[in-house]
Design a protein around this ligand. Sequence first.
Ligand SMILES: [Zn+2]
Length: 275
Amino acid sequence: MFTILQVNKELPVSELSGHEYVALFGGRDVLLATTDGVNRLPRAAEVHDLLPKDATMLVVGSIDGAVCCGMPANLDGVALPHGLSVVSTRQAFAESGPDIMNAVSRVREMTTWHRQHRLCGGCGTPLSFSDTDLALVCPKCGERYYPQIAPAVIVAITRNNRKELLLAHNKRFTDRTFGLVAGFVETGESVEQAVRREIMEETGIAVKNIRYLSSQPWPFPNSLMLAFEAEWESGEAKPDGTELVELGWFTKETLPTIPAPGSIAHKVITQFFNL
Ligand SMILES: [Zn+2]
């Protein structure tokens, strides 16, 4: 099981024991090991030759007691030891357990956060690690900086006694996939308000009986997806034309192509229809 480390900690590559789990990611890809058909993070000894000798890893937690660390790496065209492969992060999430998802999400988000917070936004002084919590601290003015999470709502909108689900084709989708209506929570807004606003903006309908389902971290770049179910109340569903270009009410029998496994949309839709 992945356990989060709640302080900043770095580990030089030269001090690795070999036993650590290592999350190496490049762009949207991540390096995975496979044993007996099951994905896992590689151990430091397995990736030792791929690591720059003078680099420093970020420790983000532990998996079953073993230190879990990681860093960005160039994985393009690298000769890989037997049993290791480079896969897209989305594919890794789809085909692996929650440990990999949690560890890779955390390494990606924390290394990005460090890169983007080298200097104090108030006075320009280089920031230091806090000893007591997961913060970066300005030694001059005392300002503290914490990792930012962007909450987003994703909603299964139902009609006709839960026989139908409203699914949307987003213009960013490269194929005929239909997913759920989703959007970021605005500053100063409750998640329930965000559910109503996003649905009204993107589909023109009003909903009632909003009910929380589950959540999932989504490191593209630093979201927390909060899934809800809501019941159609009034209005005719029409796509906004800017984000959504097609909308439809679907039953279990008429279900179109839905988002890939590993996404919370896939989980919510398949659970809704008991697939
Ligand atoms: Zn400062």
